[in-house]
Structures are given as C-alpha cells and as structure tokens.
Design a protein around this ligand. Structure first.
Ligand SMILES: *Cc1c(COP(=O)(O)O)cnc(C)c1O
Length: 369
C-alpha cells in the first residue's frame, strides 16, 4: 500500500467476488458453455419487461439520470407501504451499507455483525475505521443472544443478514421480535434482506413494521437477486425519515444510473417473472437436496437461492475441479469455512451438470485427498 494511505486502511481486505464467466473463459480457453453458480444471480435473467424498457431507452443515455429517482421511489413506496421519504436507493445495497457506516459511526466506535456473515459489513467497518465486534454463528445460524451480549455503549450499528449469506439459514418471526425488544434504542439495526422475495410465507417477520413505528433500523433489499438485475447495481434501504435524511448527506449525486431506474421500475411490474423465479428455486432446491444426500454430502436447508454444502474436508480441490469443467461455485475459505462451497441454485440443466461433475469428482477422489 502507498505509505501515505490512511493508516486504518491497513486492515481493509478487498471483497472477493465470484469469478466472472468472462475471466474463466479467458483463463481456460473454454469452448463450451460456462455456468456461474457463484453469486446468487437469477439464472432466468432479468424480467423481460425490464429488458424491453431498457431497449427502448438506449437513445436517452446522453442524459444524466433523475437524481432523486422520483418515479422508482414512488413505485417502491406504494409497493412497500411507506412514504417516499422513508426510502433511499444505492448503487447496489452495498453502497447503502457504506453510507450507513459513514453517516452514523465515528472512527473508533463499534459495529456488531456475525463473524460468518456477509463480508461487506466488515469491509465497510474497516474502511471507516470502526471497531468490529463479531460474535460467532451457532450451528450455522445467526446467534441473536450473542449479538445482544456484544453490544457496547459505543455500538452504533448492528448488521444482520436475514437469511444469512453464506449459510442460507433464517431467523423467524418470534426470534426477530424478541431481539428487537431487547436492542437498546440508540443502536441502529440493519436488516439485510437481499433474499426477501424467497422468504415469503415462511414465518418471516415483516421488519418494515419497525420502520413504520419509527424504530432505529434500516431494511436493505436489492434488485440483484430475484429481479435478475445485478449488473445494473441497484439496492434500496427503508428506514424512518430522519435516518434517510442523514444517509442522504453522504450520498453522491447521480448514484443510480438512468438505465437502472428504468429497468427496476418495469421489473417491479413483472410479477410473473418473480413467481417463476421463486418456483424454479423451490423445485430445484428439492432436486439438489435429494442429489446431495445420494452423494453423501451434507448441506444446510436454505431459505435463499443458494445452498451451503459441507464436504467434510478441504473444498478447494472440488472448487478447482468444477472450475476446470466450466462450473463456477463459491469457495468459502475467506468466510472461515474451508470445507464448504456455496452453490447458487441454477436452471435444471445447470444443476444436473453440477451434480454430474460432483459425482465424478467424488468417485475420482474416493481414496481421499
Ligand atoms: C447479494 C447480497 C447483497 C446484494 O448486494 P447488492 O450490492 O445489492 O448487489 C446484499 N447482502 C447480501 C447478504 C447479499 O447476499
């Protein structure tokens, strides 16, 4: 690092994303199709309605976007049942995570987040020079008791991924309610609900009710997962007006590009696309559970569109084998799960290929590695 860098930046390790398809194609000179099951993208693609609207808008890209994203915010506010003043958009929900840390946490104050949860919480904490307090998971699940015990007088923000990435486990209604009653009023709880649409009808607490009551919390959701718009970078936060006003002070102008506003606006109308996407995950989840069990692989039941698979031994060779054969999954060594892979639920064809390869790999390495 440059010697003039802010000294706190020494603790910042860059985020490691899933390997892009283009990169693997370049490295391996692969001819056939490459399947990316590494970043929980929607294998059905974006909503066709959004695609059509984007095609129609191509000629307007000389114009700056509407800085307030008026129409998209209005549509979201109606759908969610809060006022437009209770919504903020970000260049991906990760941008809002950084805004929260920048706006609320003084250097040296603390942030609480589980140690095997979405790594961006640690990264934004480290960027702004916060102290990270990171209690462990309990049986792959976020331990709300441990989080409560970790809160200190200088704690400003708690980040909770529900369901949790990378384990796919969820916190249910009663647990969330008990927890929220016990959190001190002067701490902001961030509920990162990137997989919200996959959780419906599953005894899930509608955390938006806390926003309506004016509690100190931010709900984060995204267009990257079920809406299939990860490439456009668009997430949103729902919070009481005073919190949104504060976040607006650290937001850069035009953080939401014109194409993203158009695509998201139309994607929200496409209920069929959402329904199909949920249906695919429900069906394919069962197929994969069944096949993993046949292969003798342990997994955690998931409330998302990805599955945490425990190989019971170093997962790196399996990851490399899949990669060599054109299937990208996510190794979890940097999440301190060296034996596990996080696998996005793909189309049936993709999942069949994954299982075929895992089967071959396990047969080849039966003698152990
Ligand atoms: C994928 C994901 C996000 C989404 O990030 P974007 O910046 O909106 O693409 C946020 N949180 C978690 C836990 C995720 O898994």
């Amino acid at each position: 690092m440059h010697p003039l860098a802010r000294w706190k930046l020494r603790g910042v390790k860059p985020y490691i994303p899933g390997k892009p398809i283009e990169e693997l194609a370049r490295e391996l000179n692969l001819k056939g199709e490459i399947y990316k099951l590494a970043s929980n993208e929607n294998p059905l693609g974006p909503s066709p309605m959004a695609v059509k609207a984007m095609e129609d808008a191509l000629g307007e890209m000389n114009l700056y976007p509407d800085d307030m994203s008026y129409y998209l915010v209005k549509k979201l506010s109606k759908k969610i049942g809060v006022s437009p003043a209770e919504i903020i958009l970000g260049n991906g929900s990760v941008e809002i995570m950084l805004m929260i840390a920048l706006a609320f946490v003084n250097p040296g104050e603390s942030i609480v987040a589980s140690d095997q949860s979405f790594i961006m919480y640690r990264i934004v904490g480290n960027i702004i020079g916060a102290v990270m307090i990171e209690p462990p998971l309990k049986d792959g699940k976020i331990d709300l008791e441990a989080i409560l015990l970790s809160i200190r007088p200088d704690t400003k923000v708690i980040f909770i991924s529900n369901p949790n990435n990378p384990t796919g486990t969820a916190l249910f209604k009663e647990e969330v309610e008990n927890f929220m009653k016990k959190v001190p009023e002067d701490v902001i709880v961030v509920w990162d609900e990137a997989y919200y649409e996959y959780m419906q009808g599953k005894n899930f607490k509608e955390t938006v009710s806390y926003v309506k009551r004016g509690w100190n919390c931010v709900i984060l959701r995204t267009f990257s997962k079920i809406y299939g718009l990860a490439g456009l970078r668009l997430g949103y936060g729902i919070a009481p007006k005073e919190i949104i006003d504060t976040l607006m002070r650290v937001r850069l102008p035009f953080n939401i590009n014109r194409m993203a506003q158009i695509a998201a606006y139309h994607a929200l109308d496409d209920e069929e696309h959402v329904r199909k996407s949920v249906g695919l995950v429900e069906t394919e989840k069962k197929y994969l559970y069944h096949e993993f069990t046949k292969l003798g692989l342990k997994y955690l039941p998931t409330y998302t569109n990805f599955i945490f698979v425990d190989l019971g031994r170093d997962a790196a060779p399996a990851y490399e084998y899949l990669l060599k054969n054109g299937v990208i999954v996510r190794p979890l060594k940097n999440y301190n799960f060296p034996n596990a892979l996080r696998i996005t639920i793909g189309t049936h064809q993709q999942n069949v290929k994954l299982i075929e390869l895992l089967n071959k790999f396990l047969k080849n390495t039966e003698s152990g590695y």
